[in-house]
Ligand binder design. Structure first.
Ligand SMILES: Nc1ncnc2c1ncn2[C@@H]1O[C@H](COP(=O)(O)OP(=O)(O)O)[C@@H](O)[C@H]1O
Ligand SMILES: [Mg+2]
Length: 161
């Protein structure tokens, strides 16, 4: 979890490769209408998000039913979104990638392979609700080299396995 540009895809890909777990990109679960909105720089509403989050949840449930651990990226900015992802899935552990806004703005502005414009970053940061103490998960600072961030996330995750 974390705002756009913080490194979710990068870190999740690294974790999945290290652990040999299946990986899904949360962005790929968006309905077309959501992608069009984001590409136009229009922030999504909660009504836009529920179907997306339910599709991610369904993917996680399928992995759990198959007896596998897996990695999925999802900004999961609000507690209510995370509660939906966790509902009837007690296995879920959140890894919140945190970085300062300057670093994130810089990364997003250099990105050409993604529909999320950097103009959405302030709204992402305003929406973000960090993990609360009763939520399963941990924070990993996403500053520094990607390999360092991945190693840090791996350590924190292995402590929970
Ligand atoms: N630790 C890092 N250091 C430098 N650049 C990074 C790091 N992590 C990710 N990036 C780059 O920043 C951009 C956003 O990363 P990405 O993983 O796509 O973020 P997200 O999936 O959270 O939107 C990409 O161009 C990626 O290559
Ligand atoms: Mg991503």
């Amino acid at each position: 979890m974390g705002v756009s540009g913080v490194g979710k895809t990068t870190v999740a890909t690294g974790l999945a490769a290290e652990l040999g777990w299946p990986y899904a990109e949360g962005d790929d679960f968006h309905p077309e209408a959501n992608v069009a909105k984001m590409a136009a720089g229009v922030p999504l509403t909660d009504e836009d998000r529920w179907p997306w989050l339910r599709r991610i949840g369904a993917w996680m449930s399928a992995e759990i039913a198959a007896g596998r651990s897996a990695v999925v990226t999802c900004s999961a900015l609000r507690r209510s979104y995370r509660d939906l992802l966790r509902e009837s899935r007690p296995e879920v552990v959140f890894c919140h990638l945190t970085a300062n806004p300057d670093v994130m703005g810089e990364r997003v502005s250099h990105r050409t392979d993604h529909y999320m414009p950097s103009s959405l970053l302030p709204s992402q940061l305003a929406t973000l609700e960090p993990l609360q103490p009763d939520e399963p998960g941990f924070e990993v600072p996403a500053q520094g080299d990607a390999s360092v961030v991945i190693a840090h996330a791996l350590d924190a995750l292995r402590d929970r396995l």
